[in-house]
Design a protein around this ligand. Structure first.
Ligand code: ATP
Length: 292
C-alpha cells in the first residue's frame, strides 16, 4: 500500500501542492485527475523522490519510503526520457540492467514486453522511427521492465487513440496485478472507465477521493420523474426536493429532505407516473462541481 501523507510543495511563495493525503491500494487502479496545473506531476515527482516535498511524507506499507523501495517502483515521468536514437531492445535491456537484472533475464523480459505491446517485430528499430502511440507503449514497457512493485504513471494515455487506450489499460491492469497503480490524466471519461479509485486534485488540494462508485453516489440523490400528463411544472411546489429541470412532462429533481418512496407517493396521489428512476451522476458533473 502506498500512502501519500500531508504532502506539500511550494515554489517560492506559491504553494502548488497543499496538504495532499490519499492512498493507492494494491490491486486497484487509481486515477489522479485535475485540471492543468492542479499539481499532479509535482505530487508524482514527490512520490518518486525526484522532487523533495516542502512538508509531508510518502509511506510504503506503513513506513516512510526508502530510496531502495522507490527504485522498485515503475515510473513514467511526464518528460518521458528514453533515448530517441537507441534501438528498442537495447534500450529496455539497458534499463533492466540498471535495475540489476542479469543480461539473459533482461533480454527475455524486453522481448516479452515488446511482444505484449505488439512491437515484437520492432526490437531492432530506433525509438524515434516509431509512431507517437508506439513510442508511448515503449515508455510504458520501460516503466514495467523491472517487474515493479508499484506503478506511478504520468499521463500514460495522452496521445493514444481510444482503441490503443483500451488495449494499454487492459495490459497495465494485468501487469499491475495486485500492486498499487496510480496514473494521472485529465481525460475524465477515460478515468471513469478505467479506475477503481479516484483522487481529484484542484489547485493543489484533494477535493474528492475514494472509490469511483462511491464518488458518483456522493451527490444528492437525483430522480427523473415522467408524468402521464403534459406538464410537470406543479412539481416545483413540492417540499423536500430541489428541482433541477422541468421539460414538459419530465422533471429532474434532487431529494432534499424527502425519501424516494414518499416523493413517489406524493406525486402519484396527484397524477399517474410513467417513469420514476434514479439518475447516476457522471463523474464529469462531480468534477465540475468540485472545480468551481
Ligand atoms: N519548477 C517549477 N517552478 C515553479 N513553478 C512550478 C514548477 N513546476 C511546476 N510549477 C507550477 O506548479 C503548479 C502545478 O504544476 P504540475 O505540473 O504539478 O500540475 P499538473 O496537474 O501536473 O498539470 P498538467 O496536467 O498541466 O501537467 C503549476 O502552476 C506549475 O506552473
Amino acid at each position: 500500500m502506498l500512502d501519500i501523507s500531508h504532502l506539500s510543495r511550494s515554489y517560492g511563495d506559491t504553494l502548488v501542492v497543499d496538504d495532499v493525503t490519499f492512498s493507492v491500494r494494491p490491486g486497484r487502479v487509481t486515477g489522479f485527475v485535475g485540471a492543468n496545473g492542479a499539481g499532479k506531476t509535482t505530487t508524482m515527482r514527490m512520490i518518486l523522490g525526484v522532487l523533495a516535498p516542502t512538508s509531508g511524507e510518502v509511506l510504503w506499507n506503513g513506513q516512510p519510503i526508502s530510496t531502495g523501495q522507490r527504485r522498485r517502483f515503475g515510473y513514467m515521468p511526464e518528460e518521458r526520457g528514453l533515448y530517441p536514437r537507441m534501438r528498442l531492445t537495447d534500450q529496455l535491456v539497458f534499463l533492466a540492467r540498471l535495475h540489476g537484472i542479469g543480461r539473459a533475464d533482461a533480454t527475455r523480459r524486453a522481448g516479452e514486453l515488446l511482444e505484449h505491446f505488439d512491437l515484437g517485430e520492432r526490437g531492432d528499430d530506433v525509438l524515434d522511427t516509431l509512431s507517437l502511440g508506439n513510442q508511448q507503449r515503449v515508455q510504458i514497457a520501460a516503466a514495467l521492465i523491472h517487474r515493479p512493485e508499484a506503478l506511478v504513471l504520468d499521463e500514460p494515455f495522452s496521445g493514444l487513440d481510444p482503441v490503443a487506450v483500451d488495449a494499454m489499460a487492459a495490459l497495465l491492469a494485468k501487469e499491475a496485478g495486485d500492486k498499487p497503480l496510480l496514473f494521472s490524466s485529465h481525460q475524465l471519461d477515460l478515468v471513469e472507465r478505467l479506475c477503481d479509485d479516484l483522487v481529484i486534485l484542484s489547485h493543489g488540494r484533494v477535493v474528492a477521493a475514494g472509490p469511483v462508485d462511491e464518488l458518483r453516489g456522493a451527490g444528492p440523490a437525483r430522480y427523473r420523474i415522467v408524468l402521464a400528463g403534459a406538464d410537470a411544472a406543479w412539481i416545483r411546489d413540492l417540499r423536500g426536493i430541489q428541482v433541477r429541470d422541468i421539460d414538459g412532462p419530465t422533471a429532474l429533481v434532487d431529494l432534499d429532505g424527502t425519501t424516494p418512496s414518499d416523493l413517489l407517493g406524493t406525486v402519484v396521489a396527484r397524477e399517474p407516473v410513467v417513469e420514476f428512476s434514479p439518475v447516476r451522476q457522471p463523474l464529469s458533473a462531480i468534477f465540475r462541481e468540485v472545480n468551481r
